[in-house]
Design a protein around this ligand. Structure first.
Ligand SMILES: O=C(CO)COP(=O)(O)O
Length: 258
């Protein structure tokens, strides 16, 4: 049985300017001790405008916290106003990039094909995608959450070779649980995360599926993280609102103490 290092990642969404970002990362690094990083990986996904400041801080002080972007262009360069490319993120030494967050899918019309192109762009430039999948309320009410989420997974991983897919992080984020305070039960999270792992085994191999980390995201807080993390196929969390409060985020990182 492979041991997977949990990944606790804060998705700041469109919050914290670069000065606030510096203060926030300093607060996290002050609060987190070396032993916190022994068996949990900690990452933040700030807005693009913060990344240079975060990189300077992390590099300068050799912080153990990792960072990444919330989106990536499918294109390497050119006339794509407003977009930020894989080479630019790689130059900033980002480790991760979120792909296909439900807010990108919902407000920016990102299809599974677009997500697939972005996953490929991330790998092309040495970035690790955190691929977000998950169903909306209507799908959940109809009981179709597993088939819906697996179709998103299949679409985003189309023609992605095993050498790349073996390092992917999948974030299962049921849309109805994002920012609503409505957290999925640990059993809800396990049902879909387990199905995602089985699909990865079908698409690639059991060995690959056992190595891939699958996060849960949606109203994760210090008070509910331990129960979710206790499920066998949940290997971390993608945290929105609670990641903006440094003390709360540190408690989530220390989920074993909660
Ligand atoms: O979308 C999320 C993380 O990507 C979850 O957001 P909340 O934790 O605010 O529900």
């Amino acid at each position: 049985m492979t041991t997977r290092t949990p990944l606790m990642a804060g998705n700041w969404k469109m919050n914290l300017n670069h000065l606030e970002a510096i203060a926030h990362v300093q607060k996290l690094s002050f609060a987190l001790a070396d032993k916190d990083y022994e068996d949990v990986e900690v990452a933040v996904l700030p807005p693009f405008t913060d990344l240079r400041s975060v990189q300077t801080l992390v590099d300068g002080d050799k912080l153990k916290i990792k960072y990444g972007a919330q989106d990536i262009s499918a294109h390497d360069s050119g006339a794509y106003t407003g977009e930020v490319s894989g080479p630019m993120l790689a130059k900033l030494r980002c480790t991760y990039v979120a792909v296909g967050h439900s807010e990108r899918r919902q407000y920016h019309g990102e299809s599974d094909e677009v997500c697939n192109a972005k996953v490929k762009a991330a790998y092309k430039h040495g970035l690790t995608p955190i691929l977000c999948v998950g169903e909306g309320l209507d799908v959940r009410k109809a009981g179709d959450q597993v088939s819906y989420t697996l179709a998103q997974l299949d679409g985003a991983l189309k023609d992605v070779p095993a050498e790349q897919a073996g390092t992917i992080v999948i974030a299962y984020e049921p849309v109805w649980a994002i920012g609503t305070g409505e957290v999925a039960t640990p059993e809800d999270a396990q049902e879909v995360c387990g199905a995602i792992r089985r699909r990865l085994a079908e698409l690639y191999s059991q060995e690959l599926a056992d190595a891939v980390r699958i996060q849960y995201g949606g109203s994760v807080k210090s008070g509910n993280v331990a129960a979710i993390m206790a499920k066998p196929d949940v290997d971390g969390a993608l945290i929105g609102g609670a990641a903006l409060d440094a003390d709360e985020f540190v408690k989530i990182v220390r989920f074993r103490d909660q």
